[in-house]
Design a protein around this ligand. Structure first.
Ligand code: PLP
Length: 385
């Protein structure tokens, strides 16, 4: 390459999975049967009605043109009604929702909308890597806030106070938490909203796991009184509706925040395929039984994943929610990276090392439940062999 790339390409490293999955593909190409427990890619189908609605809508002549930047009114109404039913949160569908091409996309748009170079962003010391990567890409300064393991991986609010400066603009938060599986609670959300109000910081909550293996009724940060003044919420159909490849999510927030993000986003993409929006309307109406059936499958897989952790001598917290299992390595394992590489090369089992979610994850691993339970049991057998 003779043309120099922008500085940000030198600050950002390629996504761990992007590199590691190439290695996995290589092993598979060489005839090895790799069991991939690394990546959280839901393998179950969306509801049948959803697929049918997609097929029906795709056959309509009007389906194929550009669509509105803010989604169809009926799609936004379906999301608003889902928020009402699921979380008891009232949203104005005409003003307080912005469909996104997956919530990951929203992290970039929110960052471009609110951050100037030099602004500071608080990200959890363990979390979805995009919060950090995108903040750095837009020239912001990342400050990690500690999570307290013995308090269920809740933020250390006292330390948070000392991290705030006049330049602090955004706090990223995500409960049920990935990767630790720590559940969301109302007191936690209340504390977060109060903190954001006190310091006038935008609280960005990322809520894709609320319906997966949840032990209590799902909650939204926007259900906290007065939250909309300072908080916005990303949500997604990827995990809750088995639609990760469809790339459908949304931002729920006060109109002023939505309008600001739309200013940026409308210059980046041009709406979303109409047939997908029609199908998503149907998916959002999946009944409680559909969600329970999906969770029953994950529950069966969780038991196999626990056996996997037991075989490795790991410990874990039983209160975890979401579609992963986060395990702590025993003292006898000196390095998670070495273990992950050894399991891949010797046992052809791929798991995620905890450090890719932040340095605090050095002594942890994450198993994904996105594999049939028979395959997870097979991975257990390989460990024993
Ligand atoms: C915490 C968290 N946020 C966001 C995403 C991205 O979700 P989406 O498929 O909606 O872009 C993921 C995906 O793994 C995630 O774990």
């Amino acid at each position: 390459m003779i043309i120099e790339t922008a500085l940000r390409t030198r600050q950002t490293t390629e996504y761990y999975f992007s590199v590691k999955l190439a290695e996995v593909r290589n092993l598979i190409a060489n005839g090895h049967d790799v069991i991939n427990l690394g990546i959280g890619n839901p393998d179950m189908m969306p509801s049948e009605e959803t697929i049918q609605a997609l097929a029906d809508a795709a056959l309509k002549p009007q389906a194929h043109g550009y669509q509105s930047y803010i989604g169809t009114p009926s799609y936004r109404e379906a999301i608003a009604s889902y928020y009402g039913r699921t979380y008891g949160v009232t949203l104005n569908p005409a003003a307080e929702l912005l469909p996104l091409i997956g919530s990951k996309e929203g992290i970039t748009h929110v960052s471009l909308t609110f951050l100037d170079p030099g602004d500071e962003v608080l990200v959890p010391e363990l979390g979805y890597p995009a919060y950090r990567a995108v903040s750095q890409m837009v020239g912001a300064v990342v400050k990690e806030y500690p999570l307290l393991e013995h308090e269920g991986w809740q933020p250390d609010w006292e330390r948070m106070e000392s991290l705030v400066s006049p330049k602090t603009k955004i706090i990223w938060m995500n409960y049920p938490h990935m990767p630790t599986g720590a559940p969301a609670t109302v007191p936690l959300f209340e504390r977060a909203v109060a903190f954001a109000k006190k310091h006038r910081i935008l609280l960005c909550h990322d809520n894709p796991y609320s319906l997966v293996l949840n032990k209590k009724a799902p909650i939204s940060l926007l259900a906290i009184e007065g939250a909309k003044e300072v908080a916005i919420e990303l949500n997604s159909m990827s995990k809750s509706h088995n639609m990760a490849g469809w790339r459908m999510g949304w931002l729920a927030a006060d109109k002023s925040y939505i309008d600001a993000v739309l200013k940026i986003k409308s210059n980046v993409d041009s709406g979303m395929f109409w047939a997908m929006q029609e199908a998503a309307i149907v998916a959002l109406q999946n009944d409680a039984e559909w969600h329970q059936a999906r969770n029953a499958v994950y529950q069966g897989r969780l038991e196999a994943a626990e056996a996997f952790l037991t075989s490795l001598g790991c410990s874990w917290d039983k209160s975890q929610e979401g579609m992963f299992l986060w395990g702590k390595l025993p003292e006898s394992v000196s390095s998670a990276e070495e273990l992950v590489n050894r399991l891949l090369v010797e046992k052809h089992v791929f798991i995620a090392p905890g450090f890719i979610f932040g340095p605090k994850g050095q002594r942890y691993i994450r198993l994904s439940l996105c594999m049939p339970k028979e395959r997870i049991w097979e991975a257990v057998d390989r460990l024993k062999s």
